[in-house]
Design a protein around this ligand. Structure first.
Ligand SMILES: Nc1nc2c(ncn2[C@@H]2O[C@H](COP(=O)(O)OP(=O)(O)O)[C@@H](O)[C@H]2O)c(=O)[nH]1
Ligand SMILES: [Mg+2]
Length: 223
């Protein structure tokens, strides 16, 4: 396995489609969660290995991340969302969810409300995508152990219910698990896409076979 970050280009604001120049992304990853849980801090940590204490909470950005993963050139597109609970934002959120192939649901371990929101977000994902989506549940701010309001076991249990992988992290401390979250999700998305495209190929081959059989039957019955 080989990982190497080569570049990350930034597209400030919406729509995400506008950053999709050149090679199509192999995965589109959306970061969701309540405001202040550390979504932007996690994305910036992943892309630059730096921690930024203050990041504009209203900024929604897509990043294109070019890398070598598992010895393959890889393009990941990452959308760092910044929604507040309002009807206007919920329309935007729905668009973001439709756009994404996989989702990182973030809560902060010192914010119980954000943990409850993560569960609600998963329901919204399932409802909009109409399928069990690829996701990661992430409890951030693990460095604030003395303020902990969500136990690790609660995170594990919720992740199991959601069929997501589970991680606890600290964007401020950093750590290898942050890259692992993004890369593992990317691999899950790729695997799923491969299975889906095999299924599509099989069904179109079957359609050709059916047409061919019908033609043969017609010829047989007319002779
Ligand atoms: N202690 C600590 N603070 C964090 C961590 N991640 C983010 N923060 C802080 O939490 C606040 C919100 O972070 P931000 O990334 O803007 O959250 P977002 O609204 O979810 O994008 C900022 O003041 C960050 O410095 C972390 O892992 N530990
Ligand atoms: Mg943010």
């Amino acid at each position: 396995m080989q990982m190497r970050m080569t570049s990350a280009s930034i597209n400030k604001g919406k729509p995400p489609e506008s950053s999709n120049k050149g090679k199509q992304p192999d995965s589109r990853i959306v970061i969701l969660g309540n405001s202040g849980v550390g979504k932007s801090a996690l994305v910036v940590r992943f892309l630059t290995n730096r921690f930024i204490w203050e990041y504009d909470p209203t900024l929604e950005r897509t990043y294109k991340h070019h890398t070598f993963l598992d010895e393959e050139p890889t393009v990941m597109e990452i959308l760092d969302t910044a929604g507040q609970p309002s009807p206007e934002d919920s329309i935007q959120q729905e668009g973001n969810i439709r756009w994404g192939d996989g989702f990182i649901l973030v809560y902060a371990i010192n914010d119980r409300h954000s943990f409850e929101s993560a569960a609600a977000l998963k329901h919204q994902l399932d409802h909009i995508k109409k399928t069990n989506v690829q996701c990661m549940l992430v409890g951030n701010k693990m460095d604030l152990l003395h303020e902990r309001h969500v136990r690790t076991e609660e995170g594990e249990t919720l992740a199991q219910e959601m069929s997501c992988a589970f991680y606890e992290t600290s964007a401020s401390d950093g750590g290898e698990e942050i890259s692992e979250i993004f890369y593992e999700l990317h691999r899950d998305i790729k695997r799923r896409k491969m299975v889906e495209s095999k299924g599509r190929r099989r069904s179109s081959a079957q359609q050709v076979k059916n047409v061919f059989n019908r033609m043969l039957n017609k010829i047989g019955s007319s002779s």
